[in-house]
Every structure is written in structure tokens, then in C-alpha cells.
Design a protein around this ligand. Structure first.
Ligand code: ADP
Ligand code: 5GP
Length: 222
């Protein structure tokens, strides 16, 4: 990486259980000199293995609302019954240090970030099919059946906003998907846009149409 190049702000969103967390962990491991991964605050309870301050800052609703009133968050949103938000200081510090900062956040937050910082690149991660998505969410074994159903319903709603994103990444083979994310960020950052034309959301309309229809089936309980 060239030290004289400024980092960029990148949002990675995607349906619950698609593998965003797994991908970001691998990306950070392989390219830690290039990226800083923002750690969000949330009011949801930690899953087994999640570490406070690393996976999330796990806070109470009162503490989260204090953070909002003290203007400590760049954005925040509610997702399936909990607050999630991005602390400001870390993001600005890392950008100043020349790193590209990755926010792994949902769509409402993504759109707020794009409005505030129009140069932000928005990436959406999906699975090969809605069936694969459900299998991963169930297979992770961290949520109740009711929460899984709500998250799949939310996936269907989120899919309606997918055209607001810039790039699509299908997480089929994990390593290839992680390489793709790195390639999109680097090519976009250095303006080699021809290299990543096939990854533009607007060039994947057939796939998106199919995914929307499959997810609608789940949200109706099919
Ligand atoms: P998210 O952060 O998007 O909610 P996770 O990273 O927790 O999703 O992944 C959900 C589940 O899917 C995990 O059990 C993970 O091991 C699995 N997973 C991630 N990527 C893949 C992949 N490419 N193929 C198959 N399973 C995957
Ligand atoms: P999970 O509970 O599965 O960790 O996350 C639920 C959703 O919240 C995911 O779509 C995740 O990307 C999103 N999320 C995590 N942190 C933030 C945040 O700081 N802001 C917003 N808007 N969404 C977030």
C-alpha cells in the first residue's frame, strides 16, 4: 500500500447469517495494514465467543441513548429489537492515519453514512441463494427460531433497498469472496473501475430479481 494515499470509508452490509462477520475477520487477518474495522456499540446480548470491545461494545439501552445524546455516534439504527451504532472517534482517527475504514452495518445506517460522506463505497454481501442463507443462519445455532424468522423477514425488506448499494459480492467460496471484497475496495480506491464493472449492483439485476423473489417466499413463511 502507498503511504501517501488516503484511506476510504467502506460500508459492508448483507443479510443476517450471510457470512459478513466471517469474511471481515479473514479480510482483516490478511490485510491488516490496509484496513481498520470499526467496532459498533449495541444493546443486544453477546453471543457465545463474542468479546466486549472486540466484537461489539455491549451496552445498556440507557448507555446507548446517552451516546446518542452526546453525539458520539456517526450513525445508529434499530435492528430486530436492538440499537446498533458506529462510534465516531475511532473511524475518524483511523481515516486520519491513512487506513480504509470498514463499517459492517445494516442498510439504514449505510444510507445515513452515504448521505453524510458521499464518497463512501457501499458493498452488499449475499449468499448464492436464499436457501443457503437460511441454512447458514440456522447452522450458526446462535438464535432462536423466532429471531431467525424475524431476521429472514428483515432480509426480504433489506433486499428491496439493494439497488442503493454500489457493489455486490456473492459469498459462495469464502476465500474468493474475501479476495473480491479486497479487489473492489482497492480498485475503487485507485479508480480502476473497469476491473470491477461486473461487480456493480446494476450489472447483477437478474440475480437480484431471483433473490428478492426467494426471500419474499420466506417472509410469507413458505
Ligand atoms: P453474519 O455476520 O453475516 O451474520 P456469520 O459470519 O456469523 O454471518 O456467518 C454465519 C454462518 O455462515 C457461520 O456459521 C459461518 O461459519 C457460515 N459461513 C460463512 N461464510 C460461509 C461460506 N462461504 N460458506 C458456507 N458457510 C459460511
Ligand atoms: P448482529 O446482531 O447479527 O451482529 O447484527 C445485526 C445487524 O446489525 C447486521 O446487519 C449488522 O451489520 C448490523 N450492525 C452492526 N453494527 C451496526 C452499526 O453500528 N450500525 C448499524 N446501522 N448497523 C449495525
Amino acid at each position: 500500500m502507498c503511504d501517501n494515499q488516503k484511506g476510504i470509508l467502506v460500508v459492508v452490509s448483507g443479510f443476517s447469517g450471510v457470512g459478513k462477520g466471517t469474511m471481515m475477520k479473514k479480510l482483516m487477518k490478511e490485510h491488516k495494514e490496509d484496513y481498520a474495522l470499526s467496532v459498533s456499540a449495541t444493546t443486544r446480548s453477546p453471543r457465545p465467543g463474542e468479546v466486549d470491545g472486540k466484537s461489539y461494545f455491549f451496552v445498556t439501552k440507557e448507555k446507548f441513548e446517552d451516546m446518542i445524546s452526546q453525539d458520539k455516534l456517526i450513525e445508529y439504527a434499530q435492528y430486530v429489537g436492538n440499537y446498533y451504532g458506529t462510534p465516531k472517534d475511532y473511524v475518524f482517527d483511523q481515516l486520519k492515519a491513512g487506513k480504509s475504514v470498514i463499517l459492517e452495518i445494516e442498510i439504514q445506517g449505510a444510507l445515513k453514512i452515504k448521505e453524510k460522506f458521499p464518497d463512501t463505497r457501499l458493498l452488499f454481501v449475499t449468499a448464492p441463494s436464499a436457501d443457503d442463507l437460511k441454512k447458514r443462519l440456522v447452522g450458526r445455532g446462535t438464535e432462536t427460531e423466532e429471531v431467525i424468522a424475524n431476521r429472514l423477514k428483515r432480509a426480504s425488506e433489506e433486499c428491496e433497498g439493494i439497488e442503493k448499494y454500489d457493489y455486490l459480492v456473492i459469498n459462495d467460496n469464502l476465500s474468493e469472496a474475501v479476495d473480491k471484497v479486497h479487489s473492489i475496495i482497492q480498485n475503487s480506491r485507485f479508480n480502476n473501475l473497469g476491473e470491477i464493472e461486473q461487480d456493480l449492483i446494476i450489472n447483477n439485476t437478474e440475480y437480484i430479481k431471483e433473490m428478492k423473489s426467494e426471500l419474499k417466499g420466506f417472509s410469507k413463511g413458505e
